[in-house]
Design a protein around this ligand. Sequence first.
Ligand SMILES: Nc1ncnc2c1ncn2[C@@H]1O[C@H](COP(=O)(O)OP(=O)(O)OP(=O)(O)O)[C@@H](O)[C@H]1O
Ligand SMILES: [Mg+2]
Length: 299
Amino acid sequence: MYLCGPRNRENSVQAPTTVRHPLAGADAGASFIKLAMETPQGGTALQRLDGDAYAQAATQLKEPESRHALRAALTGCGAGALARELGGSALEVNEFQAWGLGARQLLADAGQPLDRFLLVSVGTGTSALLVEPRGTQRVGGTALGGGTLLGLADALLDSRDFGEIVRLAEQGDRGCVDLLVEDLYPEGAPGLPGSLNAASFGKLARGLPARPADRAHALLGLLGENIGMLCAALATQHRVAHVVFGGGTLRDNARLCDLLRAICLAEGHQPLLLQDGEFVGAVGALVHAREHTLEPAGS
Ligand SMILES: Nc1ncnc2c1ncn2[C@@H]1O[C@H](COP(=O)(O)OP(=O)(O)OP(=O)(O)O)[C@@H](O)[C@H]1O
Ligand SMILES: [Mg+2]
């Protein structure tokens, strides 16, 4: 009844059709499942579930009254598992394509549409995508991401609690952990500011004491500096002015966002931190569902 037609039809062109049931997009990532669901009021409800909560996600993707699945498009590394949980009643869309569609939608909603930009997903890992009118392609990335944050925090702070790590970092001073240029050149280094980080965690290698808060701050510094520098270099290489950031690792994480912003600006690029940025893929999948849903014959 609610089947949207064959999967992986992102290149096909559809005539507009009448949609009787609400649509949804789901981004099943390595850490979390993100849902974007049309509401009867004409809005979009966003919801995040644990990464292995496929059964719960499938329940959410069903209309409460008829128990029919919403017409859903799925993306992310867990899209296949979620499709199986839904009984195959979903479209699948490539993750990078979904991110491109979702970012365009969220930028337009925010009154700031862009034609061409670098889009960075700071999820469990990090991907950098070039979004252009002709499509979206992955142009780079790094294995430094939110999974690194939690994994290293476990080793360094004995905590995998994201909120606690971020709160700790807000009270910390990474200068007690990182080896700065001024530590190496007390008289001043030629052409380099003394506050520049010379070696992340370099002071720990010298056996200097550091509070958990300082380590947490240094951890965000390690991520922010490396992700920021990589993305700024990619933006320069691909001649884009704007770098747009999303992904769950940036959620309520002001210090990491500030670092990414500052590095992009210092390298001559315009940073944009998307509100609801962890839902970019889910929103993009919803856009894909809107563009590719056919009313099944006889429904
Ligand atoms: N409450 C939280 N608990 C645990 N991690 C959180 C929380 N809030 C934010 N995070 C961060 O969000 C990251 C996951 O972000 P996101 O949901 O965008 O990734 P994903 O889509 O599952 O992964 P990927 O895109 O790499 O497949 C985690 O690695 C973690 O650092
Ligand atoms: Mg993701």
